[in-house]
Design a protein around this ligand. Structure first.
Ligand SMILES: [Cu+2]
Length: 145
């Protein structure tokens, strides 16, 4: 009887470890693509940013949350928000860019506590938008703040 309890405990631990490994691994092995990377956009306009997620076999990955955060080095006017899934593995959000220059864009995909991020660059040209210089959060805008 003692042996069976021991065996069941071991089996349970192996199962739990395997489940944990596969979920962490799946997120870590995701190929994150920002379709807008390297592109130049006009300031003041809302731009559709699009992210595609695939695993190593080319299958769509749909994590719980995909978040886009963009800002400029040594400046503080973050453009950010939760991206919406339009089809499996495809996520979009509409965000403006406040001023001309180089912006970094960080895509964070998360599943529970586990998160993975990837950094890209996009460019903006055109006049500065004073109303956007404190940043823009699409999630807050959607909630009417
Ligand atoms: Cu700036």
């Amino acid at each position: 009887m003692k042996n069976i309890v021991y065996l069941l405990t071991i089996l349970f631990m192996i199962t739990a470890a395997a489940a944990g490994c596969s979920s962490v691994g799946a997120l870590g092995n995701t190929d994150i693509q920002l379709e807008n990377a390297g592109e130049t956009y006009q300031t003041k306009e809302f731009i559709t940013f699009e992210v595609n997620l695939q695993d190593k076999d080319g299958e769509a990955v749909s994590p719980e949350r995909v978040y886009l955060y963009m800002n400029m080095e040594r400046m503080h006017h973050p453009m950010e928000g939760t991206m919406k899934e339009t089809e499996p593995g495809n996520f979009v959000i509409n965000l403006p860019l406040a001023m001309e220059g180089e912006w970094y864009a960080i895509v964070t995909i998360s599943e529970g506590e586990k998160e993975v991020e990837e950094r890209f660059e996009v460019f903006a040209e055109g006049e500065m938008e004073p109303e956007l210089l404190k940043g823009y959060n699409a999630d807050e805008a959607e909630n009417g703040d």
